[in-house]
Design a protein around this ligand. Structure first.
Ligand SMILES: Cc1cc2nc3c(=O)[nH]c(=O)nc-3n(C[C@H](O)[C@H](O)[C@H](O)COP(=O)(O)OP(=O)(O)OC[C@H]3O[C@@H](n4cnc5c(N)ncnc54)[C@H](O)[C@@H]3O)c2cc1C
Length: 382
């Protein structure tokens, strides 16, 4: 029995209104699934991690994971809005009471969307310590200059959480010192120093490049203390890893179900293709990999919700779940044969979508490096 069956049933009912044809159309036209995100927001699902005092439902990562897993299991995609669940945590943990009171209730109600998260830059890549976007204090304002890349959903967000340098890399004790986090009002900024350029990609992800040219923001946009921004972002990483792993498990279970159904129905050589062990075994193996990853995810979820450190568990869960979903995506495509390539079955769309998770929000190599260095104590590589 899966946990939170009542929540899963409610999510499944909502997803029924967004069948494959809805996603295919969005995918074809590269359109943001506004209606889906609106329905999720109105149902309160996106605000489960926001405490009740700020208008959310104050539930745990366990419930949030169940929501995202179910969305993906139903063939939908939460990539258009999942970031709000985890970026909000930076504001919640490190924002001032005034900032929390100002923004969180509006984020919970859907009046404000916090979907844009600007960390990655073209030249720095995974090495966040080398970001070059700068925020320079000028009286009561900060002036921002620089560029971000892969800032997803920037065109569909009212706020952006931005990581920028307030001190040079060599000024601090550590390379990651001297970065700060800002909460930017996108409407005020657009056309006044902020511009956005959409990036076309192999999936419909509304991702963009964002340019800052003397963007002036007030000092009050700073979250927490200046110079500690990277630590604040890191604090949110375990939640991000866990929630992405949940989406992967949802994808994996969707692919497995599709594979089982098709292998049972498709008759070739006068028998269901699923009678052939060449078809059965990869599905069975994918199922085993998915269940193992789901167990690791459950461990990470339990640690997280009970306040225990869960870096290794969250990272391992994300890696195993993204590998399991990709493995069963491949198997599903093979099971469908030529029909797997036809848009109408959604396999090729979900196949493209689930591939992302081995690269973003963190690539597999970086997780392996974390395990090697921080869990196994192997010498630091970079
Ligand atoms: C669709 C999409 C949406 C995204 N959304 C966002 C977003 O909203 N906000 C945001 O800030 N970012 C976002 N990203 C960026 C994403 O987090 C990065 O693409 C990802 O972290 C990898 O960084 P990179 O592309 O610069 O790869 P690079 O850092 O250039 O690395 C390229 C490859 O080399 C490997 N590599 C690099 N260094 C090492 C090493 N020392 N050892 C072993 N392997 C190494 C990496 O694992 C990777 O496979 C998004 C990306 C995509 C594709």
């Amino acid at each position: 029995m899966k946990k939170h069956q009542d929540i899963r049933d409610a999510v499944a009912a909502l997803c029924e209104n967004f069948p494959g044809e809805y996603w295919r159309k969005k995918d074809r036209k590269n359109e943001y699934p506004t209606e889906f995100v609106k329905a999720l927001t109105e149902s309160g699902f996106l605000a489960v991690l926001i405490p009740e005092e700020y208008g959310g439902s104050g539930l745990g990562i366990s419930e949030a994971s169940a929501i995202l897993e179910e969305i993906h299991y139903q063939g939908c995609n939460a990539g258009a809005c999942h970031a709000q669940m985890y970026t909000m945590g930076t504001l919640l943990r490190h924002g001032s009471e005034e900032q929390k009171k100002k923004y969180l209730p509006k984020i919970a109600s859907g009046e404000l969307r916090l979907q844009a998260f600007g960390v990655t830059e073209p030249t720095s890549g995974t090495d966040t310590s080398r970001i070059q976007t700068k925020a320079k204090l000028d009286g009561a304002n900060y002036i921002i200059n620089g560029q971000k890349v892969w800032t997803s959903r920037a065109e569909h967000s009212d706020l952006m959480l931005l990581l920028a340098r307030t001190a040079a890399r060599d000024e601090g004790n550590k390379p990651h010192d001297g970065m700060s986090v800002f909460l930017i009002d996108m409407h005020e900024a657009l056309g006044n120093g902020l511009s956005i350029r959409p990036l076309k990609t192999m999936i419909n992800h509304s991702t963009t490049e964002v340019f800052f040219e003397d963007l002036k923001i007030t000092k009050s946009a700073l979250i927490g203390e200046e110079g500690k921004g990277f630590r604040y972002i890191l604090d949110g990483m375990n939640a991000e890893r866990i929630l992405i792993a949940a989406e992967c498990i949802g994808d994996a279970r969707w692919f497995i179900q599709k594979s089982v159904d098709y292998a049972s129905e498709r008759i070739v050589f006068d028998r269901p293709i699923g009678m052939n062990q060449g078809i059965q075994f990869p599905i069975a193996r994918g199922f085993a990999e998915t269940e193992a990853a789901a167990l690791m995810l459950e461990k990470a979820v339990q640690f997280f919700d009970s306040g225990k450190a869960c870096g290794p568990e969250a990272n391992i869960a994300k890696m195993l779940a993204s590998e399991a979903s990709w493995s069963v995506a491949n198997t599903c495509l093979q099971t469908y044969g030529g029909y797997g390539f036809a848009e109408e079955y959604d396999i090729e769309r979900k196949f493209r979508e689930t591939r992302l998770y081995q690269i973003a929000p963190i690539s597999t190599n970086l997780i392996l490096s974390y395990i090697a260095e921080h869990v196994l104590g192997l010498p630091r590589s970079f």
